[in-house]
Ligand binder design. Sequence first.
Ligand code: PMP
Length: 391
Amino acid sequence: EREEPNYFGAGPALLPTKVLQQAAKDLIDYQGIGLGIGEISHRSGDATDVIESAKANLRKLMNIPATHEVFFMQGGGTTGFSSLATNLTAAHVGRTGSKGTAGYLITGSWSAKALEEAERLGVDCEALFNAKDFNNGKFGAIPPESAWADKIKSKDYSYVYLCENETVHGVEWPQLPKALTESSIEIVADLSSDILSREIDVSKYGVIMAGAQKNIGLAGLTLYIVKKSILQDISAAPLDQLRKLGVPITPVAFEYPTVVKNNSAYNTIPIFTLHVIDLVLRHILEKGGIPAQQKENELKAQLLYETLDKYPDFFNLPVAKDCRSKMNVVFTLKKEGLDKDFLQGAADRKLTGLKGHRSVGGFRASIYNAVSIDSTKLLVQYIEDFASKNA
Ligand code: PMP
């Protein structure tokens, strides 16, 4: 039992209390077997059922087409963007015989880190644009496609990477860029902080990758949805060819085809963590699936942004309207010296997790799936009260 928290942390994030209560029971005794779900072999029947259930529920929720495979690996967003750089480069070798260049769309710190990591690993890669160059040296806007679309025709790109929702800067792609969906280059996307928040067309993506600890569960697992042809292409690139081309080899536990062949249990998958994911998926299905969740999310974002926009002399919203995140609402106070008061006043009303990322400062209200409309309304009321008192 707990009082319903009004928690706006950026991740790990709130999970539905109902899910946690069931998980707590299953951690001790799973379906009467006398053992917890975290204590049994990851290859046992019960564990396999959890894996199958999570995959099936995800397929149902996201309408994942038969062309795409669903699997899980240990780690988070970082292991996700590290390992995809080598997997996708190997796929390009398997497909074309050459390693190509990976293109990155830089819209905030997470896509920037993903590019940095690809470089560090020794993958041939480059930024197709850095949004900072178009917005006075700051993240907060996405340049028009005309600024970079021609570039993707100029080279043999192995894949194009984007981060659909930049958790730190509060910048979210409103939709996939047409220049990419209309090209044959594989789109590889980090959905760590907006997966299951809105309807998307999975068939448009080569790879979807998402760390679990925001909208889908506890930290420890990463979800992958990968086009089957990419798996075949990776398998078609022998190690000695990759070595000859100077392509870094993917560690075995992160090699997509190996993991898929072993139904996500090549090595020890944390089954308790996956069971929590499955409980969250079932919870969203019961609530009416993604369309219902999306409606709630849109209302929460609208309530918050409308309130902040009402006081333009008091709040600064650094993100352009057309790419404002519906998951992470980022703002600062224009008046100096009030930041501590804002946080303290919020805490007094049991509104927590609002401090902005250390690299950006100010405030960030993360309104992931499990944050209720009621919680959001309490925050909105607080923002109103604080602004009327101090503006
Ligand atoms: N990508 C995004 C969009 C994120 O928000 C985060 C974490 N906040 C990461 C990647 C990194 O995830 P992790 O800490 O699980 O490696």
